[in-house]
Design a protein around this ligand. Structure first.
Ligand SMILES: [Zn+2]
Length: 611
């Protein structure tokens, strides 16, 4: 006898089998031990019932008796090992013993299979069809105690109809379960599911004479209260109250809370260690202030999950809310006040788990303007450390899973904002610098001319090469394929260069169309210069930084940084690609270097002075 879960003891099953064989007087052919299982002459028996069915009103002895009787009618010998019992749902065929049985069938190691009822095989007509088709294909007999067993179309059709009816029963059962729970809630009880962490599910029930269980009332009880009526230290209820107090009133992080609980040796409901995530789940669970709802979510299959065999279980792994009118709410004893719940949730959301998406609320001048000295990507802004300071660090540093992780691990303190701002103020008040910026603006025109000539040179070089290849091909230095490939490559180069020239010419035209630009820029820069830069707000600072197109490139040791200023006032400037190509020539740049040795970067930003 193979058994799926420890749902029923082995002794109990053995006892049932023996009894079944005895009742129908077939001890010689049912549940026989010591058969030579390498021979394909034995029959199997398959029984299934869900755990609920087994718990409430197990029909296992009756199913076994039926099977023994059918085996006797067929004069089939059923070895002990070939009595298969699954205590799972009939919605799919992904059941441990069903899988074993199907393997025996596919490998033709069995003569036939007996089912006490058609719906024990499956409640899904298609699955029955598939199973029957497999068995027919390898020539193995199937025998149902409650359905016509012929392989003629009429018998097959009747079986399909019975299976369809079974499917309706299954759907009705599921609806009844939800409906029953809703009914219980409406009558003032709690639904029959596990209570939330911090509570225990209790019920007052009686077993009616017909064997079913009648629930008079059901409720959640606080787990657990001490003699003083307050949650007992270390109990789940106590943990819930602590979590809300820590997060809501003391503004602690989930990390901190998890660490506290683990240090106190308190385990989660599953007996594991606390993690920030498990703490978050409790903070965001909407029941601890005393009001809860049933029928709020449903599970749906994840469309991105690979599907298995068509007869396998479709796993509903995603939780999705149902329409609000389907919710039913019920009351439970509150553990914390609604006010504290709100506070804790607000804190948690505001902190954005301390980092990440919500981090945009960190005021930072150099977001996307400070570049990692090793990989060159923009650094990210994060809050960190006990003092909640702001840092920049490489965006790829913590992403060890990223395709190109970066190992630059130093943190740049947020105080660099002020250093850079100080420099900007100094430049703006310096007339010579403003003039220099304007000069560089003018010289950009010349640079664009140079870039266009460079591209033209590329084109003529590529054309010359093509001509050479064609000559070489005629003098048979290349074979046809090689020549073709080289020429295609060169033609691509030419096409790219032509596109680039067009783009550059466009920028020149845009420039020339507004001759007043230089003057306007001059005015704007002067206006910025005349501003009271010390009294600017953060938003104004941010505006100036972006108008000047500030970009900061620190050195790896963080002792120096290069600040690029690409004057970027109102009109569209040359885009950044030119800056990348020859930033030294085109853009004004100012280099800052530290006067003193830079020590520990975490808390001591390097002192910078401009050269
Ligand atoms: Zn990096």
């Amino acid at each position: 006898m193979l058994q799926t879960r420890e749902v029923i003891s082995r002794e109990q099953l053995d006892h049932y089998i023996e009894k079944a064989a005895g009742v129908v007087d077939y001890e010689a052919g049912f549940g026989i031990k010591g058969c030579d299982l390498t021979k394909p002459i034995w029959w199997g028996v398959y029984i299934r019932q869900s755990l609920e069915e087994q718990a409430l009103n197990s029909r296992l002895p009756d199913y076994l008796r039926t099977c023994a009787q059918e085996a006797k009618k067929l004069s089939a010998i059923v070895p002990y090992e070939y009595i298969f019992y699954d205590a799972v749902t009939g919605e799919h065929l992904e059941r441990p013993n069903m899988i074993r049985l199907r393997r025996l069938v596919a490998e033709r190691r069995i003569a036939g299979v007996i089912f006490p009822a058609l719906d024990r095989l499956s409640r899904e007509p298609i699955h029955i069809g598939i199973f029957e088709f497999e068995a027919q294909y390898v020539g193995i007999q199937l025998h149902y105690a409650d359905a016509p067993n012929g392989s003629d179309p009429m018998s097959q059709m009747v079986r399909m109809n019975i299976a369809s009816a079974a499917k309706f029963v299954k759907l009705a059962n599921r609806k009844n379960a939800v409906g029953g729970n809703i009914g219980r809630v409406v009558k003032g009880s709690v639904p029959a599911h596990r209570a939330a962490y911090g509570y225990r599910y209790r019920r007052d029930a009686e077993v009616t004479p017909d064997g079913s269980v009648h629930i008079r009332s059901a409720w959640w009880e606080i787990d657990e209260l001490g003699p003083d009526g307050r949650p007992l230290w270390g109990s789940p209820a106590w943990v819930v109250v602590q979590i809300f107090t820590w997060v809501g009133e003391q503004g602690r992080t989930f990390h901190w809370v998890a660490k506290q609980l683990n240090e106190k040796g308190i385990k989660t409901a599953e007996g594991r260690k606390w993690s920030p995530n498990t703490v978050a789940k409790i903070v965001h669970r909407e029941c601890y202030s005393g009001s809860h709802a049933y029928n709020v979510n449903s599970r749906v299959p994840n469309p991105n999950r690979p599907l298995g065999d068509i007869t396998a279980e479709v796993r509903r792994t995603l939780l999705r809310p149902k329409p609000q009118q389907e919710w039913v709410s019920f009351q439970i004893p509150p553990l914390v006040s609604e006010d504290l719940c709100q506070k804790a949730r607000k804190n948690a959301i505001e902190r954005g788990r301390g980092r990440g998406k919500q981090g945009k609320s960190i005021q930072s001048l150099l977001r996307n303007r400070l570049f990692c000295p090793r990989c060159g990507r923009p650094m990210v802004v994060r809050r960190n450390g006990h003092l909640n300071r702001v840092y920049y660090h490489c965006s790829k540093y913590f992403q060890t899973w990223a395709e190109e992780p970066c190992n630059y691990r130093r943190f740049i303190p947020g105080t660099w904002d002020e250093l850079v701002w100080g420099d900007i103020c100094a430049w703006l008040t310096d007339d010579a610098w403003v003039e220099q910026q304007l000069m560089s603006e003018q010289s950009q025109d010349e640079n664009v001319g140079k870039l266009i000539r460079l591209q033209q040179l590329r084109i003529s070089q590529a054309r010359a090469k093509i001509a050479k290849i064609q000559e070489g091909f005629e003098g048979s230095i290349y074979n046809l394929d090689e020549a073709k490939k080289r020429i295609t490559d060169l033609q691509e180069t030419i096409a790219k260069a032509e596109v680039e020239i067009q783009r550059l010419q466009k920028t020149v035209r845009a420039r020339r169309s507004s001759t007043a630009d230089i003057n306007a820029t001059r005015e704007e820069l002067k206006a910025l210069r005349d501003k009271n830069l010390d009294a600017t707000t953060f938003e104004e600072k941010l505006d100036i930084v972006s108008r000047l197109g500030i970009r900061v490139y620190p050195s790896e040791d963080l002792k120096a940084m290069r600040v690029l200023c690409e004057v970027n006032l109102d009109r569209g400037n040359l885009d950044a690609r030119i800056g990348e190509m020859k930033s030294e020539d085109i853009q004004a740049n100012v280099e800052s270097e530290s006067a003193t040795e830079c020590g520990k970067v975490m808390f001591n930003p390097p002192v910078l002075s401009r050269l």
